[in-house]
Design a protein around this ligand. Structure first.
Ligand SMILES: NC(=O)c1ccc[n+]([C@@H]2O[C@H](COP(=O)([O-])OP(=O)(O)OC[C@H]3O[C@@H](n4cnc5c(N)ncnc54)[C@H](OP(=O)(O)O)[C@@H]3O)[C@@H](O)[C@H]2O)c1
Length: 344
């Protein structure tokens, strides 16, 4: 694998599968060799659109394809456990979209499967691979703003999303939290780790998914994170990190920033901007490059998106759902899920 291109298989043919594949086909070190769909027609159309040689209308046949180096799972979250699990069982390496699974229990099962097989597994948390986010984290870790006291972040879309849309459908893991709230939570946990306590309130839809959720995360050292997500209102989608000696403000699109401003107490603000050589701000190429780097290095997880971090985020999402009373069809009762953080 060190010299030849990395052969990708794409599982599902929806919106993000197309966006990711479009970025992959531009990378000289990547080759998209197969696509799978629940329908042969969709697989064929996707294969024709991107010039992919093998198209499967059957997940099992795709999983049996031995000439794939890594599978990208791009189904709705409700199917991540089944899709990624099938591919891991078949011996494949897997990059799985966010939210990684419906709950922490499913996430733990995938991680255990990957470890048992010695396969690579990573959540497609592209924010963690973004060069400016990595710069921001390095600054915070180096103490540029002192000790982190508070993180604020939000991500809301105005929609409107019709009831049949996957974001409104409990059976597809719908709601704002798993689709959008995963970014504010992942941002806060990138800087502060797993919280010790979670409080949350939400507005629920008639179908029982969260239309908007506000969460307050807290840490034993006194740090707090105020987070919001919504599928019924377009928010600033910005973030701010306040420390004991300054603040970092990330404007619109905080999870794929093109700039941020560092305010150190007593100094002029410093602006950090994206390197034009890094490509369009919404490019998924950094995430793809990290997967291929890790595979070539023989690593089974990425240090940028560690599996422990993914599991910790899933535990927080479970705790938030516990507080707001959202449970998905077929989910185990509360007591069977991963241990919740201390109830608010
Ligand atoms: N990284 C990002 O920036 C980003 C952006 C958007 C979404 N996402 C994540 O990516 C995932 C997919 O989102 P999307 O916007 O691409 O959704 P989408 O457009 O609805 O596509 C999902 C695809 O999954 C397959 N699918 C649909 N229902 C399914 C089911 N019940 N069981 C199994 N497969 C099913 C379908 O493909 P086939 O018909 O081919 O089977 C469908 O086209 C979600 O987990 C979402 O959170 C990530």
């Amino acid at each position: 694998m060190a010299e030849q291109s990395v052969r990708w298989g794409i599982l599902a043919t929806g919106g993000i599968a197309a966006a990711f594949t479009a970025d992959l086909v531009d990378l000289p070190e990547a080759e998209v060799v197969a696509v799978a769909s629940r329908s042969q027609d969709s697989a064929d159309a996707f294969a024709e659109r991107f010039g992919i040689p093998r198209a499967y209308g059957d997940w099992n046949a795709f999983a049996d394809d031995g000439d794939i180096d890594v599978v990208y799972v791009a189904t709705p979250h409700s199917a991540h456990r089944a899709a990624a699990g099938l591919c891991l069982e078949a011996g494949h390496n897997v990059l799985c979209e966010k939210a990684f699974t419906l709950n922490a229990r499913q996430a733990g099962e995938l991680v255990a499967l990957a470890k048992a097989r010695g396969s690579f597994l990573m959540e497609a948390m592209w924010m963690y691979c973004n060069p400016l986010i990595r710069r921001l984290k390095a600054l915070v870790d180096d103490g540029a703003i002192g000790e982190v006291r508070h993180v604020q972040a939000d991500f809301g879309l105005a929609g409107p999303f019709p009831p049949a849309h996957r974001l409104r459908d409990p059976a597809q893991g719908g709601g704002a939290l798993l689709d959008l709230g995963v970014y504010p939570v992942s941002f806060a946990q990138l800087l502060l780790g797993e919280p010790s306590d979670v409080a949350a309130r939400a507005t629920l839809s008639a179908e029982g998914v969260d239309l908007q959720t506000g969460a307050l995360l807290s840490w034993d050292n006194g740090a707090l994170a105020s987070l919001h997500c919504s599928i019924v209102g377009g928010t600033a989608t910005a973030a701010s990190v306040t420390g004991s000696q300054g603040r970092i403000d990330v404007p619109y699109g905080f999870f794929f920033p093109d700039r941020f401003v560092l305010h150190r107490d007593g100094r002029d603000p410093e602006e950090f901007t994206a390197d034009p050589a890094d490509g369009p701000r919404n490019s998924l190429r950094h995430e793809a490059a990290e997967v291929m780097r890790a595979l070539r290095a023989g690593e089974t997880e990425s240090p940028l998106v560690p599996l422990d971090g993914t599991l910790a985020v899933m535990r927080t999402l479970d705790a938030v759902r516990d507080r707001i009373g959202v449970r998905y069809p077929g989910e185990a009762p509360e007591e069977d899920r991963a241990p919740a953080l201390t109830p608010a």
